[in-house]
Ligand binder design. Structure first.
Ligand code: ZN
Length: 244
C-alpha cells in the first residue's frame, strides 16, 4: 500500500495540482493523508477544498482552517495572516464551511497519529525542537505521528532510552520506519519555509516501510499574480519565491 502525506496546502492551487500530478506520475497512492491548513494565505481556498474533497483520504483541521470559519480568534495571528484569514472567510462557499467544520483535530491511521500542530496541542503547537518533541511523544499511542504547521520537512526520533534526535528530511533519501518512534513533518505544499520554494510532500510505502520526501516545482508566478489581484499582503506573495 502507498499513502501520500500532504500538509499546509494554504489555498495554493498551482502547488496542490503540481503535487497531485507528481503523485500520479509516481504510480498513485491508495489514500491521501492531509495534515491541515488547507486554506489561509493563498488565493484559491474554495478550489483547493473542492479538489481535496475529490481525493480519497482523510484530513485533520489546522489553525488557518479554523480561523477562516470563525472558530479561532485571529488576534493571535500576525497582521498578514489575520488579513488573509479574513479574506479567506469571505471566499468560502457554504459547503466549504461545512467541510472545514467537520474536520477532526486528531485522526489515527494504521501506525500513525495525524495532527496539524502537535499531539499535545493539535491546533497550535509547533514541533521544531527536540525538547518540545520529547514531551510530545507521551501524547500519542501509535508508533509514529505526522504533523504539519511549521512547513519544514523534519523527523524527530525517540529511541528505546527515550533520547530524542532530529533530522532534516531531504528529497531522495528514504526514511525507514523501524524501532524508533517518530514525529514526521512532510513539509508544506503551498508555502514551503525551509529555503526551498518547491512544494513538499511525502509518499509512504508500507512494503519495505519507507517514507520519501518529494519536492515539486510549480508555477509560483500564477499563484503570486492571483494574490496580487486579490490584494493579499505583499509579504505573503514575496515569500513564495524564496520558500521562507
Ligand atoms: Zn500552515
Amino acid at each position: 500500500m502507498r499513502y501520500a502525506f500532504l500538509a499546509d496546502i494554504h489555498s495554493n492551487l498551482a502547488a496542490f495540482t503540481a503535487v497531485l500530478n507528481d503523485i500520479k506520475q509516481r504510480g498513485g497512492v491508495e489514500e491521501m493523508w492531509c495534515l491541515g491548513d488547507v486554506v489561509g494565505y493563498g488565493p484559491e481556498p474554495h478550489e483547493c477544498i473542492e479538489l481535496l474533497r475529490e481525493q480519497h483520504g482523510v484530513c485533520v483541521v489546522g489553525n488557518h482552517d479554523l480561523a477562516a470559519i470563525g472558530k479561532l480568534d485571529t488576534s493571535y495571528f500576525n497582521p498578514d495572516a489575520a488579513a488573509a484569514a479574513h479574506w479567506t472567510g469571505k471566499q468560502l462557499q457554504p459547503e466549504d464551511v461545512e467541510y472545514l467544520t467537520g474536520l477532526p483535530q486528531v485522526i489515527e491511521k494504521r501506525d500513525f497519529t495525524l495532527v496539524h500542530g502537535s499531539p499535545r496541542e493539535p491546533v497550535w503547537e509547533y514541533v521544531l525542537s527536540t525538547s518540545i518533541a520529547k514531551d510530545n511523544f507521551a501524547y500519542f499511542k501509535t508508533p509514529y505521528c505526522l504533523v504539519g504547521h511549521s512547513h519544514i520537512p523534519l523527523v524527530f526520533k525517540s529511541n528505546m532510552a527515550g533520547e530524542c534526535s532530529v533530522d532534516r528530511l531531504l528529497p531522495g533519501i528514504g526514511l525507514s520506519v523501524g524501532k524508533d518512534r517518530m514525529i514526521i513533518n512532510p513539509g508544506g505544499v503551498g508555502q514551503p519555509r525551509d529555503g526551498d520554494p518547491r512544494a513538499s510532500y511525502a509518499i509512504y510505502e508500507t512494503e519495505g516501510g519507507i517514507i520519501r520526501i518529494y519536492r515539486v516545482e510549480y508555477d509560483i508566478d500564477t499563484t503570486q499574480a492571483k494574490m496580487m489581484k486579490y490584494h493579499l499582503p505583499v509579504h505573503l506573495v514575496a515569500r513564495l519565491s524564496h520558500g521562507t
